[in-house]
Design a protein around this ligand. Structure first.
Ligand code: NAD
Length: 248
């Protein structure tokens, strides 16, 4: 299936690396005018260099309401609208119940739940009927495994919230869906896993029904489908791109 996103304005948050960058690259390759956001100036600059001449970057921390306001104000004046919003910025920490601290708890909920909430809320006035929002979830929303209760809780919260949001915006013509990846080969996955990382990665491969870890391009292609007109009747869904990992 080939999609075209010519003349579409697409915002991808947390896109200076990993899955977000993969999604931005796929959308840019399909003709979208891509706007990436992230927190690190240097990483954003190097990500932008892979996206072609039409792309642009903004430094935005999704936990800051004032930074989100200023970002969307600039988008409105420079681009006039958003057709596709990929609310991808997120993070997770491995901590068994006994090691959860208020700081770790707040950091994950602030980024993954509060950050996504206001990224979506503040984008909606810029989105016309036919536009699409895709949030990056995780298989941890239904199957977090040991040590990922807080992270899994943030991703499960997103599912509940999206089911309510589609009712709140009924009639706006904007679809909101969640794309939940299983383990994907990114630097952050390696940083996130506790030691022994290689053994854990091997056990993820061994337990995976498809026998391997996913690649960022595979997530990007699923997101592109959800953003396209081919997914015009899919709304409020959580779609898993995980090689079947959510079933184990
Ligand atoms: P990543 O660290 O490469 O990407 C996350 C991006 O979000 C980074 O650019 C980071 O700087 C940004 N970010 C974090 N906090 C932010 C904040 N407060 N403001 C703005 N940007 C912020 O990791 P990734 O693996 O590509 O993760 C992307 C998304 O995919 C996350 O939501 C993550 O939970 C989800 N996910 C990843 C995997 C995996 O195996 N890699 C699996 C399931 C879900």
């Amino acid at each position: 299936m080939t999609h075209s996103f010519q003349n579409k304005i697409a915002v991808v948050t947390g896109a200076s690396s990993g899955i977000g960058l993969g999604i931005a690259q796929e959308l840019a390759a399909l003709g979208a005018t891509v706007i990436i956001t992230g927190r690190d100036k240097n990483k954003l600059k190097s990500a932008l260099s892979t996206l072609g001449p039409d792309a642009s970057q903004f430094q935005v921390d999704v936990s800051s309401l004032s930074e989100l306001d200023s970002f969307y104000k600039q988008i409105l004046s420079r681009f006039g609208r958003i057709d596709i919003l990929i609310a991808n910025a997120g993070m997770g920490e491995f901590e068994p119940l006994g090691q959860i601290t208020p700081e770790k708890f707040d950091r994950q909920f602030t980024t993954n739940v509060r950050g996504i909430t206001f990224t979506v809320q503040k984008a909606l006035p810029l989105m016309k009927p036919g536009s699409s929002i895709i949030i990056t979830g995780s298989t941890a929303s239904i199957n977090p495994g040991q040590g990922l209760s807080v992270y899994g809780g943030t991703k499960a919260a997103l599912r509940a919230m999206v089911r309510s949001w589609i009712l709140d915006i009924k009639g706006a013509g904007v679809r909101i869906n969640i794309l939940s990846p299983g383990p994907v080969d990114t630097q952050s996955l390696h940083d996130f896993l506790p030691e022994p990382v290689d053994a854990i990665l091997q056990s993820l491969r061994d337990r995976s029904p498809i026998g391997r870890i996913g690649q960022t391009e595979e997530i990007a292609k699923a997101v592109v489908f959800l953003a396209s007109e081919d997914a015009s009747y899919i709304n409020g869904a959580e779609i898993f791109a995980d090689g079947g990992a959510s079933q184990i």
